[in-house]
Design a protein around this ligand. Structure first.
Ligand SMILES: O=C(O)C[C@H]1C=CC(=O)O1
Ligand SMILES: [Mn+2]
Length: 369
């Protein structure tokens, strides 16, 4: 039985300002869900978004309010027997709120996996990968600083795939910034860009042509998420891989995008998909449609990052790797031990549930409530 559900807000500083076309982040707010069960087992889940309401339609405050006011009381009253029943209950009575649902499902699956003594991925069919490549986002807003940061990451064995956030400056200025970094890092390093919806279709035609010519590997969400027809026209026209990110939501919408081949690659995010099993389904559908997969992040802390890693470990292939670097952007460690990042990869913990213990005393101390 579910004994208690608590939702905590933790606002943690980032290691440097993180500049996107939609906002500049100085902190990240983690919404943690802590479930205790009557047999003494505990489960943890997490939701994050980016820059309040700048990126998506659920804010941290709204996630907590809806958890405390609607979702937790419903689960405590109905006492679903497993995560699948819980998610069906929430689908029936709670419209939207994909991020909150993802956090709850993570906590429930963490608890179930601990009870069974298996890693969380086992409840999703089992892991096909024991380690996942992890990209780093260069977003300091300064070309020289980005190059120095990338060189440091390569030398430290941390990252050799870099994603650059663009879309704030003019197309030509952004392209100059990207190609200067590509040139400085050399041919063996993968450089990609994320436009976060900032370009019109005509700007995208100009920008993508120059980036393709300059050896950039992947162009993420160049146009508005709702403009799926433009994304498809661009994907059909260019040979460089185009990735849908903000456009990819839950399974229903991913099914339509996959069936119509609206992009070459999907960035899958557990929050955007509305949970772990949904994110697993989105990945399987994309794979069936011949669409490449990329393990996306909503800049989660350690809990959401581990949950995402368990999902992505079940994918048949991850042609473009992952960007599960969220905890490395934060100044505070909230787990009993840091996540195992080694040799440019995140290694999946083998212990039951998410696989790494939360530093409970610390998260309660840091939480605002
Ligand atoms: O992909 C996004 O749009 C959001 C996020 C992922 C990495 C990063 O730096 O920002
Ligand atoms: Mn993106």
């Amino acid at each position: 039985m579910i004994h208690s559900i608590k939702t905590l807000l933790l606002e943690l500083p980032t290691i440097r300002p993180h500049k996107l076309s939609v906002t500049t982040m100085h902190t990240q707010t983690l919404v943690l869900v802590h479930i205790t069960f009557s047999d003494g087992i505990e489960g943890w889940g997490e939701a994050t978004t980016i820059g309040g309401l700048n990126y998506a339609e659920e804010s941290p405050a709204a996630i907590k309010t809806n958890m405390d006011t609607y979702i937790a009381p419903l689960l405590l009253q109905k006492q679903p027997e497993n995560a699948a029943q819980a998610m069906q209950l929430l689908e029936t009575h709670i419209k939207g709120n994909r991020f909150a649902k993802s956090a709850v499902e993570t906590a429930l699956l963490d608890g179930e996996a601990k009870r069974l003594g298996v890693p969380l991925s086992a409840l999703l069919g089992g892991a096909l990968h024991q380690a996942l490549p992890v990209a780093w986002t260069l977003a300091s807003g300064n070309t020289e600083r980005d190059i120095a940061e990338a060189v440091h990451m390569i030398e430290a064995g941390r990252h050799r795939i870099f994603k650059l956030k663009i879309g704030l400056c003019g197309v030509e200025e952004d392209v100059r910034h990207v190609l200067a970094i590509k040139k400085a890092l050399g041919g063996s390093i993968s450089v990609r860009v994320d436009v976060n919806q900032a370009w019109t279709e005509l700007e995208a035609m100009r920008g993508i042509a120059l980036l393709q010519e300059g050896g950039i590997d992947l162009i993420e969400q160049p146009v508005a998420a709702h403009n799926r027809n433009a994304l498809k026209r661009l994907s059909d026209y260019f040979s460089v891989a185009l990735m849908a990110d903000e456009a990819v939501l839950g399974p229903q919408n991913a099914f339509e995008l996959a069936a119509g081949h609206y992009a070459d690659v999907f960035a899958v995010k557990i929050n955007q998909a509305g949970g772990l099993r949904n994110a697993a389904l989105v990945g399987q559908m994309a794979a069936l449609a011949g669409i490449g997969l990329y393990g996306g992040t909503m800049l989660e802390g350690a809990i959401g990052t581990l949950a995402s890693a368990h999902v992505f470990s079940t994918y048949p292939e991850l042609a473009f790797g992952t960007e599960l670097f969220g905890p490395l952007l934060l100044t505070e460690e909230i787990m009993a031990e840091p996540l195992p990042y080694r040799n440019f990869m995140l290694h999946l913990p083998q212990k039951p549930g998410l696989g790494i213990e939360v530093d409970k005393e610390k998260v309660y101390r840091l939480s605002k409530t």
